[in-house]
Ligand binder design. Structure first.
Ligand code: NAP
Length: 289
């Protein structure tokens, strides 16, 4: 059984590689074809020339692209999945989507006799390589159960949360926390350096104090060495915080914190840091002189 895989970005590529290492045979497609060809050369994977042709050869396909606009193009655009033989097939969308898009995609595919799982993932490139991601899935329970064996190949925690859209909501709520902790840690370290502390010392103090966290554990080295090569980009967290703000608005709530965090990443983007790892938000304070 071959499985389709669309989107070979930073995280997509790491998950695809993990699936192959776990014995899953993939057929891949990526908008920039050269990336798919390079991946195929490394792994011996088959490359499809369009999403429509890919779905003709498989029963299920993972999609993990930048945002909901990209997901819509891949699924419903020209030569998209819906242009192929999609009836009875399952689209497993791991993109961090706008939750209203996930609801819409589920409904549209249902009209075509196809299935949509809203399945965003928590964790990044290194956990993906180790099979330690978390996935939060919304959509048909039966289709979730049918595809659970694939999630087990790259996830340590698997949650089924109900209807399509709920997976995306859970993920966006998680990313308010993710973006916030990353931002506050980076700011605190940059402030401490300006106050005359050695960076490693302040990181260790924070790690023994209020800053102890998963984020500090995984980003400590990046902050120390100022190696902001991308695992999860500033552009992505900025997109997610926009989606989260829509959720907050549609619930009739407010969150000053989410707004402030989002604008800090906006500033990072304005400083030209958009394509770098989101830990580069450190530079917003560090380079403010
Ligand atoms: N990176 C992480 O740590 C992480 C963690 C959790 C969740 N996520 C989520 O996972 C998704 C992918 O993340 P990533 O880090 O792999 O992103 P990325 O490195 O920015 O890659 C984006 C992918 O989307 C494709 N794409 C963008 N616009 C497209 C369009 N209009 N049509 C078709 N394909 C398009 C890109 O194709 P090209 O190669 O042609 O540009 C590329 O394959 C995002 O929704 C992100 O929020 C990421």
């Amino acid at each position: 059984m071959k499985v389709g895989f669309i989107g070979l970005g930073h995280l997509g590529r790491a998950i695809a590689k993990r699936l192959i290492d776990q014995g899953v045979e993939l057929i891949v497609w990526n908008r920039t074809l050269s990336k798919a060809e390079e991946f195929a050369k490394e792994t011996g994977t088959e490359v499809a020339d369009s999403p429509a042709n890919l779905i003709n050869k498989v029963d299920r396909v993972f999609v993990i692209v930048f945002d909901s606009q990209a997901s819509e193009e891949v699924i419903f655009g020209e030569k998209g999945l819906a242009d192929g033989d999609i009836k009875g097939k399952t689209v497993i969308d791991m993109t961090t989507n706008h939750y209203t898009y996930a609801e819409l995609a589920f409904g549209e595919l249902r009209k075509m006799g196809a299935y949509y799982l809203d399945a965003p993932v928590l964790g990044s490139v290194i956990p993906a390589m180790k099979g330690e991601l978390t996935v939060v899935v919304g959509g048909d329970k039966e289709k979730f159960e049918e595809n659970k064996f694939l999630f087990e190949k790259f996830c340590k925690s698997i949650y089924y949360v109900g209807d399509a859209g709920k997976g995306s909501k859970a993920k966006l709520i998680n990313n308010i926390v993710l973006g916030g902790i990353m931002d506050i840690l980076a700011e605190a370290i940059a402030i401490a350096e300006k106050a005359g502390f050695d960076k490693e010392t302040i990181i260790n103090i924070l790690n023994d104090g209020a800053g102890k966290s998963y984020i500090l554990d995984v980003k400590k080295k990046k902050l120390l060495e100022e190696d902001f090569s991308t695992h999860f980009s500033v552009n992505l967290i900025y997109k997610d915080l926009h989606y989260a703000q829509d959720l907050i608005k549609n619930l009739g709530l407010f969150s000053f914190t989410t707004a402030a965090i989002k604008e800090t990443y906006a500033l990072a983007k304005k400083m030209g840091l958009g394509d770098l790892d989101f830990s580069a938000v450190y530079k917003v304070i560090k380079e403010d002189e």
